[in-house]
Design a protein around this ligand. Structure first.
Ligand SMILES: C[S@@+](CC[C@H](N)C(=O)[O-])C[C@H]1O[C@@H](n2cnc3c(N)ncnc32)[C@H](O)[C@@H]1O
Length: 272
């Protein structure tokens, strides 16, 4: 242990008194903290210099808070892809919903599954005679979808990058996937769907009922991930969809067990 004696002039003594009163600490603790802060400053400067050198080399990427949230959501679906497939390939709870939707379409319809996950709904759509394309931003989900549902075509695509590469569809489904899209992003995506669905075509969505945002945190394989879900009620959705050229057609069938968990199913129709 070292003992240091200090000689302070009047002004320095006044400042020290002010600081001890302000922080409610004794002189010795305060001076020790200041010494530590000075040292940490030097360490910080080293990190900043190293970071700036990487920045100069173009080695650094910046993410907005929105992008960080989106990446956490994507990582959650990547890390849970296997258990999702195990659960949903064996769970037929959505089959009546899918059957009802297909019955609205012409024979052997072309259907797009937006946010198809591991392709379990695509498998059911295909079994009913539909020609199916599934898209999802989770590469792990799409890998499993390709392995487990050979009848459909799958691509890793973010909703915001959806284009007309697959041609026109008779129907589009988005089951529990648009819940990850904020109201500010919804018009862009609905506009993109409107461009690739034929006039009079049907668009069925399953959403979580409510308003506002729900942050869901779970620890997956030792990593704590927070995914963001946006809640929509029927009138919010009807207003978003009608601004993008869709009319509310009716509620879609949904098993009671899902309705009890606040899931809702709505069918929209593209204006002719
Ligand atoms: C709750 S899961 C639903 C999966 C499947 N539709 C189902 O009913 O089981 C939501 C899916 O949406 C996908 N997703 C979320 N945001 C997306 C985005 N911006 N672009 C593409 N896929 C997205 C996720 O990767 C995930 O597979």
């Amino acid at each position: 242990m070292a003992i240091v004696s200090l000689r302070l002039n009047k002004n320095e003594e006044k400042i020290l008194k002010f600081l001890t009163d302000y922080f409610e600490e004794d002189k010795s603790t305060l001076i020790k903290e200041i010494v530590k802060e000075k040292y940490e400053d030097i360490i910080d400067r080293k990190y900043i210099a190293a970071f700036e050198a990487r920045e100069d080399k173009g080695d650094v990427q910046f993410f907005t808070a929105k992008e960080i949230k989106k990446n956490a959501t994507k990582q959650f679906y990547d890390l849970t892809a296997e258990e999702t497939a195990e659960k949903w390939y064996n769970n037929p709870v959505l089959m009546p919903t899918i059957q009802e939707f297909v019955s609205l379409l012409n024979e052997n319809p072309r259907v797009l599954d937006l946010g198809c996950g591991t392709g379990h709904d695509c498998m059911r759509l295909s079994s009913l005679g539909a020609e199916v394309v599934g898209i999802d931003f989770s590469a792990e989900c799409i890998k499993i979808a390709r392995e487990r549902c050979k009848a459909a075509h799958f691509e890793v695509i973010d909703f915001f990058e959806l284009d007309d590469r697959f041609g026109l569809f008779d129907g589009v489904i988005a089951y529990a996937s648009l819940i990850h899209v904020a109201p500010s992003g919804l018009p862009t995506i609905l506009g993109k769907v409107a461009n690739i669905i034929r006039d009079g075509g049907f668009f069925e969505v399953i959403m979580k009922n409510g308003t506002g945002i729900k942050e869901i945190t779970s620890t997956v394989k030792g990593i704590e991930l927070t995914r963001t879900a946006y809640l929509y009620n029927r009138s919010n959705l009807v207003s978003h969809f009608s601004s993008s050229g869709f009319l509310f057609f009716r509620k879609g069938y949904l098993d009671k067990s899902l309705v009890e968990k606040d899931w809702r199913c709505y069918i929209f129709r593209k204006r002719k």
